[in-house]
Each structure stands twice: as structure tokens, then as C-alpha cells.
Design a protein around this ligand. Structure first.
Ligand code: AHM
Ligand code: MG
Length: 358
């Protein structure tokens, strides 16, 4: 017996659905994830942004698509890490004396392979490589430098904790001959920055300095879909995120802030994976800190591919970011793998920490 078919919707009715959500059947309007708002891919979002700048050439879109392709590949490796035997140490240390995990190397290769072929990339600099790699000179079309930490927090992988990729995009100055000087730019000169969180879902957060957008990977269609644009960090929240075990070696102002917070009803949240800690701080407010310690007198986090892009995102979301006495984005780095102290998050909470002299 042939089942009775539903009538095909008329085009005019479909258009009405798109224009006016109130005309959607009740069942659909009740859906928590309204598809009429969500179906914007990362690619379309960047193309739309680019269309606002008539002189844009499309080069930038190609770079973001390279990063998003690498992120999908890394997400897949992270998800299957135990099954494919990718958990554990690679057996070598990087330039910073840190033991590389197998997945650090896999993630680094994914980004190198996805970005290396993009015609406008001049220089790639990675936490895992000693020196930045010059791919093509300015005269060969190299317009941008891409800096990244391929898999931040990778020492947490064995325990299934969220890890992430952090990236920063700078303009290439063709008059500077060496790659190190080219990438050593203050964070305020970033063209774009973002991170990917490989957690309970894969999240892509991105800004060009004007508004922060959040995408989530739909693994069934293989696309990052826009979940929220114009993210603003809450102006305050009684939560701090810091490795408090090192508190006795923090500079005094941080110790005073923590003592004050203990007496004022604060909560502590610390994963020990920067992308996860900062993502939570961005969405719920509060402050994230990695101050100087006895072991790391300059702080632990690297300026160019950790502190600087995260500060760019925080400021674009209405937050604040400091490295010592100065705004993180005003710091002038001298070395590719330079470390700085990090204090960032909700504006009023960052100011509170600073009011103790930090
Ligand atoms: P990594 O780039 O080698 O993974 O190190 C950076 C990580 C950050 O994700 C995190 O904020 C920090 O190190 C945690 O350090 P600690 O264990 O000292 O608290
Ligand atoms: Mg890192």
C-alpha cells in the first residue's frame, strides 16, 4: 500500500517561514536549537565579513579555511586518540624543553599541511618549532604570518580533559628579512585571533578585533556552524582561575587578591588547560591568571601564540588583559617563544586584581 504523501509546501509559504519565525509549526519553534538562526557556516560568516570590505582579496578567507580544516582533522585525532594509539609521549622535547606528546606532533603537522599551501601565508610560527618557517616572501604574495600553539594543554590528554589550538594572524612586513623580527609584533597589530576547544564538543572562537563569534562543529555535516556572534564577557563574576598551588611564590599583589577573594565568597575553577579555562572565563566571567612564579619568573605562557591572541579575544569581547603593568596588547616581544605573565577576564575583576598592585 502506498503511504499518503504530505503536500509539498508552496514556495511562498516557505519564504514566509524564513522571514517570520512565528509562522513556524509549534513543534519547530519549541526546538532549543533554532536552525533558522544557526545555519551559518564559519566559511559563510568570514565571506560575509569580507564583503564589508570592498578592497578585500579573499586571501584571509583562505587562511581561516585552512585553520578550520586543520581543526577538524585535529578534533578527529583527539576523539580517537586512545583507539588509534596516539596517546602518550612522542619521545622528543621541543625548543622550550617540554616533552612533546604524539598529538602535539600530529596537530602541528595538520596545521603546517593545511596552511603551507595557502598562497598568502608568508610565515608560520609554531610552539613546537624552534624557528618560524618562511614559506614565501612578500614579493611572492606572502601577505600574512600565522602563529599557533597546535595543541595547548596536551599534557592533560591522558585524562581526557579539553585541549585546544590557539592562533594569531599578523600582517607580513616584506621589508623585514628575518622571520623572527617579522613575527615579533605587539598584539595590537593582530589582524585576527582565535582558538579551537576540543572538549565535549569542538568549539571555534574567532575575532578580527570587532566582536567575537562562536561556532560549533557539527560532526555529521563536517561544518563549524555559528552559535553566537558578538559575545560579551560578563563584567564581573566571583570566580578566579589560577594554579593556586604556586601561590606562595606569586608576587605579593596576587597573594593579597587571593586572600581577599577567600574572604569574599569567591569560587575557584582551574582545569590547567588554557583554552578550556579561558573559554569558561569568556562565557561566564571572572578572571584567569598565570602570574610569575619561582619556577617561571617571566610567567609560563608564551606571548605570541598564547597571551596575545587570548588578550585580543578578551578585549574584543569587552574584557581586559594585562601582562605585568602593561596591557598585554601593548607588549613588544623580542623572541618567538617569549613568556609573559597573564591576567585577563572581566574588566572589573581584572581591575580588582590590579588594585592590589598586580
Ligand atoms: P603547553 O602549551 O605546554 O600545553 O602549556 C601551557 C599550559 C596551559 O594550557 C595551562 O594554562 C598551563 O600550561 C598550566 O600550567 P600549570 O600546570 O603550571 O598550571
Ligand atoms: Mg601552550
Amino acid at each position: 500500500m502506498i503511504a499518503k504523501q504530505r503536500p509539498i509546501l508552496q514556495r511562498s509559504r516557505l519564504l514566509a517561514y524564513a522571514a517570520d519565525r512565528s509562522s513556524l509549526p509549534r513543534k519547530l519553534t519549541a526546538m532549543p536549537n533554532d536552525f533558522s538562526e544557526n545555519l551559518m557556516s564559519l566559511q559563510s560568516h568570514i565571506l560575509l565579513e569580507e564583503a564589508k570590505h570592498p578592497s578585500a582579496s579573499g586571501d584571509f578567507t583562505w587562511i581561516i579555511s585552512g585553520i578550520s580544516l586543520a581543526a577538524k582533522s585535529i578534533a578527529n585525532h583527539v576523539r580517537r586518540a586512545r583507539l588509534s594509539g596516539a596517546i602518550g609521549k612522542f619521545g622528543e622535547t621541543n625548543i622550550q624543553g617540554e616533552e612533546q606528546q604524539k598529538l602535539d606532533v600530529i596537530a602541528n603537522n595538520a596545521l603546517m599541511r593545511c596552511l603551507g599551501t595557502r598562497a598568502s601565508v608568508a610565515v608560520l610560527a609554531s610552539e613546537e618549532d624552534d624557528e618560524p618557517t618562511i614559506l614565501r616572501r612578500g614579493s611572492e604574495g606572502g601577505k600574512y604570518c600565522v602563529l599557533f600553539d597546535p595543541l595547548d594543554g596536551s599534557s592533560n590528554l591522558d585524562t581526557g580533559v579539553g585541549v585546544g589550538t590557539i592562533f594569531s594572524i599578523l600582517r607580513n612586513d616584506p621589508t623585514i628579512p628575518d622571520a623572527q623580527t617579522t613575527v615579533c609584533q605587539p598584539g595590537s597589530k593582530q589582524v585576527a585571533a582565535g582558538y579551537v576547544l576540543y572538549g565535549s564538543s569542538t568549539i571555534f572562537v574567532f575575532t578580527t578585533g570587532y566582536g567575537v563569534a562562536l561556532f560549533e562543529l557539527d560532526p555529521y555535516i563536517g561544518s563549524f556552524l555559528l552559535v553566537k556572534d558578538g559575545i560579551r564577557i560578563p563584567d564581573s563574576n566571583k570566580t578566579y582561575s589560577v594554579n593556586e598551588a604556586y601561590a606562595s611564590s606569586f608576587p605579593e599583589p596576587y597573594q593579597k587578591y587571593l586572600a581577599w577573594a577567600h574572604n569574599n565568597g569567591y569560587s575557584s575553577r582551574y582545569v590547567g588547560s588554557m583554552v578550556a579555562d579561558i573559554h569558561r572565563t569568556l562565557l561566564t566571567g571572572g578572571v584567569f591568571m598565570y602570574p610569575p612564579t619561582k619556577k617561571n619568573p617571566e610567567g609560563k605562557l608564551r606571548y605570541l601564540y598564547e597571551a596575545s591572541p587570548m588578550a585580543f579575544i578578551m578585549e574584543a569581547a569587552g574584557g581586559a588583559a594585562y601582562s605585568g603593568a602593561i596591557r598585554t596588547l601593548d607588549h613588544q616581544p623580542r623572541l618567538v617563544h617569549e613568556r609573559v605573565p597573564v591576567l585577563l577576564g572581566s574588566k572589573s575583576e581584572v581591575e580588582r586584581v590590579r588594585s592590589f598592585g598586580g
